[in-house]
Design a binder for this molecule. Structure first.
Ligand code: ADP
Ligand code: ZN
Length: 788
């Protein structure tokens, strides 16, 4: 895997034709660049190979797309530069994966070099190469600041730490090497000289007696030690004993049989596995993956990062043991590379991971599963904006293998596809164990008043009573507060809901700086006054702003209870896993938290779940707000009464007669789906139309506005737009107008069918690239999810 020097001095024998190759580089440029292949490298250069090439005087990592004996037309041979190095002797992408990635780049209209970089493993830096381009470029470009931060917070969420000793050379020693005694000292010295520092445990892998050798070197002042805390790998700590699979229920058996048969017959089929939380979907995945494995095929399972907990992973380890790669964002580059290599070499056939695992190089892939397919986190919202679920379907389709989408609350798009027969519906109708569904009580805040006996805004009397009862039974409660509303919406008491855009049916967003209420789909806006634009009522209040005082209020109101909190602040500090452990051990009676409490935790003594402000979710400025609300309510309800104890859910709301609350109360997904699909059809939103967003951002507001206007003018002149085949909404300032000091705008494109939308976008690509050079970034977001 080390870098191979080009044999530039070795000219090709006259009989051998010269070779050229097309290389995609991770830059916002559309096509590939052509390079000459030095004769000494010809044997290794082929599609999927990583190379170092000169671009505008820089050295970049590029990916070979193809090799040809024909020189590019119209370019003098001298002008074609040669490849510098090979990064590895073998392709990082097998043919089928490379084809899939090129197709993904095309679908999302994203530069192929950037797509390949996003999918490639980090370059293995343990080889000790010190080429700054190679060491720096891929990692540095791949990690935006926010991604790195996310990784850090996820680390904190999962990982416990242990102490590790690091060894490095004392200052100045490298420049004037000391006399070394014996082979082992020499060996360790050479390892340390090549790298800044090496952990003792790694040195021990090279030299068994490393500890005593290093002690000797320390005594002589050659090396220094530093003890630091490092995170454990949360997923591969203690070995997990193999489990005994339970006997399947009839519904599970049918689902497993259908999927297994598709795996065996290499059928191109998409399945929708629909069943409430606890219905035994995971058991179906395990069986289907196991069946694939027995047939000598690989399997890949994607799930939301937040669901990838040690608790869940141990279920997969109990079934697959070491034949399992876990790809999560807490992995460092070296571990990620290790996992990649194991899969690539076929040393391990089963992979589970979050959205980017859709690129994992699983050999002989025979089955792809996406759990919680409705989850918005499958969408990546920066750089290469893809949807992991949709790419899973594409990858499986191209390979001609089955893809299973599983959910308790399928996305409207997926369930619609199942209704139309494009996906085969597999239904698990009840819980796998005898645990009944929790009962759900909707508290009408208009009637009982938001202030209960504690005097706190969000603790109504029925909720306080329910908490008391739970504490009296020595059971546990989770209180969920939706705080995603950092773009506040406005509620009118007379209309009894958030004030919406007259044409887009999404909540209007308050822009304080301008003093306006804006629709960020179509740019409709009105000055903000204290009267409702719909009914003229004067009782309007801001919605969606969370309160941090809740924890204090709970502590004061329930002095006997031990109260814990789980939100992003806590998670990035001491770690969410710690809080959840406490809850599991029974050291917390009431857990207060944000979205983070809603997923995946299976804690037997939690019998009460309180949703403090269901309205915040409904007022979210997004056409999927109702869908998200249903999913959220189903999700949090799933936390209550998982085992023998009966579960109880209390939902507080100002609009108890909202259809989605009525559906949620009766666990009526189908009813919700029927309501929602009718609303979507009326407005032409997915699945009845295709969307794309153009997102503009830049430091100077004027430049961003000018750029958006230029793009809009081009759009409006297009025949598709003139004929109304493609609708252009906006451009409008984003609900979050400024982010990291950049002004943001967006423009939404909508069409009934994909082809005209794609034609319009293709013509925007070049224009968009040109704007980038003028200091405004323009991103194309195909099938957008988030509109903040
Ligand atoms: P889901 O993924 O749909 O939430 P799980 O597969 O996690 O459901 O199953 C919920 C619980 O039921 C788990 O504790 C699981 O071990 C158990 N379970 C699943 N299938 C069966 C079965 N056939 N018999 C008994 N218990 C089962
Ligand atoms: Zn609008």
């Amino acid at each position: 895997m080390s870098l191979r020097q080009p044999e530039l001095f070795a000219t090709a024998p006259a009989a051998e034709p010269a070779l050229y190759c097309d290389v995609a580089v991770p830059l916002p440029i559309r096509g590939a660049l052509t390079y000459a292949v030095p004769a000494g490298m010809a044997r290794h250069v082929g599609p999927g190979v990583r190379v170092i090439v000169p671009v505008h005087g820089k050295r970049l990592v590029g990916y070979v797309l193809g090799v040809s004996e024909r020189a590019p037309v119209g370019v003098p041979a001298e002008a074609i530069k040669p490849i510098f190095h090979l990064v590895e002797a073998d392709p990082v992408f097998p043919d089928d994966l490379l084809r899939f990635l090129r197709e993904a780049a095309d679908y999302y209209l994203h530069p192929v070099g950037e797509v390949l970089r996003a999918a490639a493993p980090a370059i293995d830096r343990r080889q000790g190469d010190d080429d700054p381009t190679v060491a720096g470029t891929p990692g540095a470009l791949a990690k935006g600041g926010s991604a790195a931060k996310r990784r850090a917070s996820l680390k904190a969420r999962w990982q416990r730490v242990h102490e590790e000793t690091y060894v490095k050379l004392a200052p100045g020693v490298a420049a004037s090497p000391p006399k070394l005694r014996g082979d082992k000292q020499a060996q360790i010295f050479s390892i340390l000289a090549a790298r800044a520092e090496v952990s003792m445990s790694e040195l021990r892998q090279h030299v068994k007696t490393a500890k005593s050798v290093v002690d000797g070197l320390c005594e002589r002042g050659v090396t220094e030690l530093e003890v630091r805390e490092v995170p454990d790998d949360p997923f591969f700590g203690a070995p997990v004993p193999r489990d005994t699979p339970p006997a399947l229920t009839d519904a599970q058996r049918d689902a497993v049989d259908a999927i297994t048969s598709a795996v065996e017959h290499h059928e191109r089929a998409a399945f929708m596995l629909y069943g409430v939380t606890g219905s035994g979907k995971t058991e179906v995945y395990l069986r289907a993956m196991d069946a694939a494995q027995r047939k000598g095929k690989g399997a890949l399972l994607l799930l939301p990062e937040i669901a990838l907990t040690p608790q869940l992973v141990s279920r997969y380890r109990a079934r697959f043991g070491d034949n399992l790669a876990v790809l999560h964002s807490g992995l460092g580059d070296a571990d990620r590379h290790g996992m990649w290599k194991k899969l690539h070499r076929g040393e391990c056939h089963v992979a589970i991971g979050a959205r980017s695992a859709v690129f994992a190089p699983v050999r002989d892939l025979g089955l792809i599963i996406v759990d919680e397919e409705h989850d918005p986190s499958f969408k990546q919202d920066d750089h290469f904006r893809y949807n992991g679920r949709d790419l899973a379907l594409l990858r499986a389709h191209r390979l001609g293998v089955p893809c299973v989408l599983g959910s308790a609350t399928p996305s409207v798009e997926s369930y619609h596809a199942a209704q139309e027969g494009r996906y085969r519906l597999l239904h698990l109708p009840g819980r796998a164990t005898s645990a009944p569904m929790p009962d759900i009580q909707v508290v009408d805040l208009k009637r009982v008043g938001p202030k209960g006996p504690t005097g706190h805004e969000l603790l109504s009397l029925p909720l306080v009573r329910a908490i008391d009862a739970t504490l009296n039974r020595s059971e546990q409660a989770i209180l969920f507060l939706n705080r995603r509303g950092f773009a506040p919406s406005v509620r009118c008491a007379a209309c009894d809901q958030a004030i919406e855009c007259p044409s887009c049916s999404v909540a209007l967003v308050m822009h304080r700086r301008e003093g306006t209420l804006r629709c960020h789909y179509c740019d409709f806006h009105v000055p903000f006054t204290n009267t409702c634009i719909v009914c003229g009522g004067s009782d309007v209040t801001l919605l969606g702003v969370g309160t941090e005082k809740l924890e204090t209020a709970i502590v004061n109101s329930f002095p006997r209870a031990r109260v814990g909190r789980l939100d992003r602040d806590v998670a990035s500090g001491s770690g969410a896993e710690e809080v959840l452990d406490k809850l599991r051990r029974g050291d917390i009676d009431i857990l207060v938290g944000t979205q983070m409490v809603t997923k995946g935790h299976d804690i037997p003594r939690v019998t009460l779940v309180g949703v403090l402000n269901a309205d915040a979710a409904l007022a979210f400025p997004d056409f999927r707000a109702v869908e998200r609300t249903f999913q959220l309510l189903a999700q949090v309800s799933g936390r209550a009464g998982r085992r023998d104890l009966h579960g109880h859910v209390v939902i507080q709301t100002w609009q108890p007669e909202h259809p989605v609350l009525i559906r949620a109360r009766t666990h009526d997904y189908e009813g919700f789906y029927q309501d929602e699909v009718a609303a979507r059809a009326e407005l032409g939103y997915p699945p009845f139309g295709r969307l794309a967003a153009l997102r503009f951002d830049g430091v100077e507001e004027e430049q961003v506005r000018a750029s958006a206007a230029r793009v809009e003018a081009v759009l409006r002149a297009m025949p598709e737009v003139n004929a109304g085949t493609v609708k252009v909404l906006g451009p409008a300032p984003a609900p979050i107008e400024r982010l990291r000091n950049r002004f943001r705008m967006q423009c939404l494109l909508r069409a009934a069918e994909r082809p005209p939308l794609r034609r319009a976008l293709t013509r925007i690509v070049e224009l968009a690239d040109a704007q980038v050079r003028e200091g405004v970034r323009v991103a194309i977001d195909v099938d957008p999810m988030h509109m903040l």
